[in-house]
Design a protein around this ligand. Structure first.
Ligand code: VGL
Length: 221
């Protein structure tokens, strides 16, 4: 059998990834209807991340690496909402259409869902404040899966993506922000730019799809 140089290095990289116990993982933040155009708290052009994230999903499935997806999962009454003293219009209320993942997002079987924002008295933006369906914290899940490096995309750059990436840096993960798969709310113009600068200062790297595929040793056809 003829194996090209490129094919061989892909195989070696995948074997390395397998032997070192899958250190990398994909993390999608809050790709939910309410954060997309037409939703209760729309992120401008938020739905544009869906197609790009589907490509990342395919990549991580092929590389047999763990995939996580967070969701805002609020009760009807919470201090997070303007009606109860918070900042935001009601959004992502548990069990509603707005809280569902965008219908175009192709979440594979085996994805771990992290829910956050359930406490009516707590403001939570970071996925590290979320829990899996079995009640384990996100940090526990990552440690159990021996994840050391995260690739993070989704919504919104200036809130939940930012808070999650900052926490991940604090917890000493290597963090890659998917610059082609994030969008900001921009409550104030410039918020997204400022968030990106903060993430860079915290040690996050910025990557695009073309750079990630070879890093994982996967070639998509
Ligand atoms: C978010 C604002 C309010 C987010 C959540 O997912 O980034 N933004 N709640």
């Amino acid at each position: 059998m003829f194996i090209s140089d490129c094919g061989l290095s892909a195989i070696v990289l995948q074997a390395y990834n397998a032997l070192t116990m899958a250190r990398q993982a994909l993390l999608l933040i809050d790709v939910q209807n309410d954060f997309c155009p037409g939703g209760a708290l729309p992120v401008p052009r938020g739905d544009e991340v869906v197609l790009v994230l589907n490509r990342y999903l395919e990549l991580f499935v092929q590389a047999h690496l763990p995939i996580f997806a967070s969701r805002d999962w609020h009760p009807t009454k919470t201090r997070h909402f303007a009606a109860y003293g918070g900042t935001w219009p009601a959004h992502c209320v548990q069990g509603t259409h707005g809280a569902a993942f965008h219908p175009g997002l192709k979440l594979p079987d085996g994805v771990t869902i992290l829910s956050k924002g359930m406490d009516p008295d707590e403001e939570s933006y970071s996925c590290f404040q979320g829990i899996a369906s079995d009640g384990r914290s996100f940090l526990d899940v990552l440690n159990r899966e021996q994840v050391q490096e995260l690739f993070v995309g989704g919504l919104a750059t200036d809130y939940c993506v930012k808070a999650t990436v900052l926490d991940a840096c604090t917890h000493q993960f290597v963090v890659n922000v998917l610059s082609d798969a994030i969008r900001g709310v921009e409550l104030k113009p410039g918020d997204t730019e400022q968030a990106l600068r903060e993430l860079e200062r915290a040690g996050a790297r910025f990557v695009t799809f073309e750079e990630v595929a070879p890093r994982l040793g996967v070639r998509l056809h």
